[in-house]
Design a protein around this ligand. Sequence first.
Ligand SMILES: O=C(O)[C@H](O)COP(=O)(O)O
Length: 247
Amino acid sequence: MTYTLVLLRHGESEWNAKNLFTGWVDVPLNDKGRAEGVRAGELLRDAGVLPDVVHTSLLRRAINTAATALDGADRHWIPVRRSWRLNERHYGALQGKNKKETLDAYGEEQFMLWRRSFDVPPPPLDDDSEFSQAGLPQYADLGADLPRTECLKDVIVRFLPYWESAIVPDLQAGQTVLVAAHGNSLRALVKHLDGISDEDIAGLNIPTGMPLVYELDESLQPTVKGGRYLDPEAAAAAAAAVANQGR
Ligand SMILES: O=C(O)[C@H](O)COP(=O)(O)O
């Protein structure tokens, strides 16, 4: 008995295309991102990997990628659950800033510490910033726990309770689960699933719009480490492009 888990990072957003740090800013997909959602649905359909339930973040780029992909796979009707715990890493005061300009201003070491270190968050974002989420109704329940910045370690701490309480029970009920989320929230999950070290996770990049399928054994260990991308060549090229953002 194995469980099937599909991870899908949202398609390209308007801010991905402009090379801006996005985090919790709720930017839309662009045309390329919508096409990536369609392609993801075709890949799922053609591979016969048909989700029974979908979990998404509260951000429209993940919500709309999931809807587009599921529409293409004729699975538009399945139950949906959403949680802020699947949101992108809050990028703190970097939200809205250009990645190349940030690299040029602060240098490679600081840029990579903020972007890929395990436990160094960017400076916090002020609540009066135009890129703040303070006061938004979708986060009202968080109260003072609303993040103002996060490192990957923080994302793991807020992601894992949702994994355990909401996603694992669906898997154990025999359902094929689609998780539509973000580069860094999915890096948090992949780190957990594959047992990747705090150092090595810096080298892992998740491409936009590429379904990544994990078969998990009964103790929720991947039968194949790293899972399998349904279009491995395109995924490898797109992951390399993510790694090179800012350059
Ligand atoms: O929030 C963002 O800017 C992206 O979704 C992820 O960015 P990163 O690959 O620079 O961490």
